[in-house]
Design a protein around this ligand. Structure first.
Ligand code: AMP
Length: 398
């Protein structure tokens, strides 16, 4: 059985075709510059590659290009789309409406569009992609939506509410929704599998550290708190995002510089974080290299991010009255031994002991704590596409 996984943005479309017999990727690719020009880069598991520039005024033409790449190009992997059992879509924002993945229906599609108010850069693009899929594949292939926010819907109100006048929650749904939920769920499931215990018996902290970063506390098998909030801007500093700060710093800057709400949004989302502090780059590798070469601001950015990550982990240990396992994932979490060592050394007072040799590993699933460590610490490469494919298969099999 083959599942097609779609991650659509406003001008891009990432996809994977996964064989669910062995959970291996058969082919994957990316359509870029949708609505502007159009380019597809497609790669089959056997190494065959197909690349083409072809007009993609809308997501529909992008899907046409994907169908060609999969079924007719020199890197084709199937004869016809009839071989595909279902399509699974990644959806960034499910609000309080979608606590789990579900089949696409007209009503579901309308609700995803309505939730565009909370995720204007993402949900409208997801809805366009679903409509384009319906146009290209008709209703012969079932479509499933998997929400980044669903895993966090178990947070109690004391964790998800902001201490603002209650009416903004009631009128506009202003609260913490979280993000990266599919990744946190995948990684915490792996932790439980490796530990050989039911997830419900473990207190787990998952650290998804990439260009976007979030940390989640999982107790009794469910998410009890997470660092991202109303939007993925909340939490600790990321590549270009500020993370949590005093809101009056923003109103102060807005008044001084005569900035609009949109300006503030842009500054906090695109010009802050590692980039804003270092002035070098949003990329962890560039900032680390600059810090090593003696750039003080790059060193400050690195120090700030590590300190903030440590504080979130510490606060979640307190929130859960303990921790059994901590897992690192994402481009930084999987590849930055110094950051992991910093976190573990600062948790030594809790009995965390790092295995320095194991911690040199990059991008592979491994335990990086010693046998004596009171908390098991892991690197767990995330696989959101596989998690989406598994949900999709489960739903069409119901
Ligand atoms: P992601 O968003 O998960 O793709 O992660 C992107 C971030 O991971 C960037 O800041 C990269 O610099 C960082 N990253 C990726 N590979 C490495 C590596 N080998 N060493 C250090 N950081 C890395």
């Amino acid at each position: 059985m083959k599942i097609f996984v779609v991650n659509a943005g406003s001008s891009s479309l990432k996809y994977q075709l996964i064989d669910m017999e062995n959970e291996q990727v058969i082919a994957k690719g990316l359509c870029e510059r949708i609505g502007v020009t159009g380019k597809i880069s497609h790669k089959a598991a056997n190494g065959a590659v197909y690349e083409a520039e072809t007009p993609m005024p809308t997501h529909s033409e992008a899907f046409d290009a994907v169908v060609y790449a999969l079924t007719k190009s020199e890197a084709k992997v199937i004869d016809s789309f009839d071989e595909i059992s279902a399509i699974g879509h990644r959806i960034v924002q499910g609000g309080s409406i979608f606590p789990k993945s579900c089949l696409v229906t007209p009503d579901v599609l309308t609700k995803i569009e309505e939730l565009g108010a909370l995720a204007p850069l993402h949900n409208p693009a997801h809805a366009l992609a679903i409509r384009a899929c319906i146009k290209t594949f008709g209703d012969k292939i079932p479509q499933v939506v998997v929400f980044d926010t669903s895993f966090h819907q178990t947070m109690p109100p004391k964790a998800f509410m902001y201490a603002l006048p209650y009416e903004y929650y009631e009128k506009y749904g202003v609260r913490k929704y979280g993000a990266h939920g599919t990744s946190h769920r995948f990684v915490s499931d792996r932790v439980a599998a490796i530990e050989g215990k039911p997830k419900a018996d473990l207190k787990i902290i998952t650290c998804h550290l990439g260009n976007g970063c979030s940390i989640t506390a999982i107790k009794d098998g469910v998410c009890v708190d997470t660092s991202m909030g109303f939007t993925p801007l909340d939490g600790f500093m990321m590549g270009t995002r500020s993370g949590t700060l005093d809101p009056s710093a923003l109103t102060f800057i807005a008044e001084k510089e005569n900035l609009s709400a949109a300006d503030i949004n842009r500054i906090c989302n695109k010009e802050s974080g590692m980039l804003g502090i270092s002035g070098v780059s949003n990329d962890n590798r560039d900032v680390s290299a600059a810090a090593e070469a003696g750039n003080q601001r790059a060193q400050l950015a690195t120090d700030m991010q590590r300190y903030q990550i440590l504080k979130f982990i510490g606060s979640y240990i307190a929130a859960m009255n303990g921790v059994d396992a901590i897992a690192f994932t994402g481009g930084i979490g999987e590849n930055d031994p110094e950051l992991r060592e910093y976190v573990c050394e600062n948790l030594a007072f809790l009995g965390v002991q790092i295995d320095r040799e194991a911690n040199r590993t990059r991008g592979k699933e491994i335990r990086i704590s010693t046998d004596e460590s009171r908390v098991n610490v892991y690197i767990i490469p995330t696989n959101e596409e596989l998690a989406i494919a598994r949900d999709t298969l489960a739903i069409i099999s119901e």
